[in-house]
Design a protein around this ligand. Structure first.
Ligand SMILES: Cc1cc2nc3c(=O)[nH]c(=O)nc-3n(C[C@H](O)[C@H](O)[C@H](O)COP(=O)(O)OP(=O)(O)OC[C@H]3O[C@@H](n4cnc5c(N)ncnc54)[C@H](O)[C@@H]3O)c2cc1C
Length: 329
């Protein structure tokens, strides 16, 4: 068995993304079960200054590749650098975020390491020293447990916002070892990315999502969802029907061919609850459905259901939330 559990951090725009802490916490739990330590691999521009903070989430040692050319993810540059760093760790398992970049990296890395890959996992377990990972199959209709043959290296990507983040141990620092990157490894790089930020909360990181479907009737009516999202500090999502109609950008689409999200609260407005939509949001912690059809399939998945015309209910609900928030502040 390898010497540690190796986690791969995701460092963007000068900070680790929250999912890095989830993955580190899960890495610590697995390492404790296996009786080994936790190593991290962190790649990016300016990451060396932040790497030690992973110690607060159970990481013992961080291997860091800090180079301006590694500011943005590019498989061609990241994969060989990370593969070398992972090999240095001699891991029993590699755990990384199942983000958009993370899933791409996981597939390429596992091929390079001749490892066995389980993508988008929601649980990791260890039974008698054997590692198992649970992942959705058949578009989230059911879950399967993956196991690895003896001697095979598990590479496990974890769905964001599912694994519990440990309470950070204040003041605890990880040991940091810098790894040099050769110019040949960074001869290609992404110079810049134009993000459509406009103050929007990123869907996959949002704690609350208000999502609208075909029942919204047109793009002009999404203003009422944006109002509610603003009051709740939420992101706005959409069903494919709304995206295909050109009412919302594809980056807002939740589902099998859109984004997989795991917020604490998902409010589905005028969405029927097709299996392909549920594949993207079915593991949200609380689901509220607002739909005028009491037979809509979304109600079988919802924790709270409101059978009502959304055009009456949504503005009234937003107003009530606003009142409640102002009375609390
Ligand atoms: C290969 C494949 C991949 C797909 N991927 C995705 C995906 O990633 N994401 C996705 O969402 N879909 C996906 N789909 C499409 C999916 O099958 C559904 O067609 C789609 O999710 C339906 O969107 P909807 O719920 O907004 O629309 P509908 O199914 O038309 O539902 C609209 C709902 O709004 C309700 N409604 C209407 N008016 C009101 C009102 N005034 N007040 C309250 N409620 C109202 C209706 O009762 C109805 O339940 C995919 C399909 C395929 C075949």
């Amino acid at each position: 068995m390898g010497k540690c559990v190796c986690i791969i951090g995701e460092f963007r725009h000068g900070a680790f993304r929250r999912v890095t802490y989830e993955v580190a916490s899960e890495g610590r739990r697995l390492a404790d079960a296996l009786g080994v330590g936790v190593c991290a691999v962190a790649v990016g521009s300016g990451v060396a200054d932040k790497a030690a903070e992973l110690g607060r989430y159970g990481v013992d040692k961080v291997y860091v590749a800090d180079d301006p050319a590694l500011e943005n993810y590019l498989a061609e540059a990241y994969v060989p650098v990370i593969a070398d760093m992972v090999a240095k760790c001699d891991p029993a398992a590699v755990i990384l975020p199942a983000s958009v970049d993370g899933k791409d990296l996981a597939a390429r890395l596992s091929a390079r390491l001749k490892a066995g890959l389980a993508q988008d996992c929601t649980q990791i377990a260890c039974e008698n020293g054997a590692i198992k990972a649970k992942r959705p199959i058949f578009a989230g209709k059911c879950f399967g447990w993956c196991e690895w043959a003896e001697g095979a290296l598990p590479v496990i990507s974890c769905r964001p916002n599912v694994m519990d983040c440990m309470v950070p141990a204040e003041g605890k620092q990880a040991e940091v070892e810098k790894v040099s990157v050769s110019p040949a490894q960074t001869r290609s790089c992404v110079k810049s990315i134009d993000l459509d930020t406009s103050g929007k909360v990123e869907l996959t990181e949002a704690e609350i999502i208000v999502s609208g479907g075909r029942g919204m009737k047109g793009p002009e009516n999404y203003g009422m969802l944006e109002d509610m999202a603003k009051v709740l500090g939420a992101a706005v999502g959409a069903s494919r029907a709304a995206v295909d109609s050109g009412w919302r950008p594809h980056s807002d689409q939740v589902g099998q061919t859109g984004k997989v999200v795991n917020p604490n609260l998902y409010i589905a407005v005028g969405i029927s609850g097709a299996i392909q939509h549920l594949a993207g949001m079915g593991s949200s912690k609380f689901i509220v459905a607002i739909n005028k059809d009491s037979e809509a399939p979304i109600f079988s998945k919802a924790d709270y259901g409101v059978v009502e015309d959304l055009f009456n209910f949504v503005p009234a609900l937003t107003e009530e939330i606003r009142k409640l928030k102002s009375s609390c502040s």
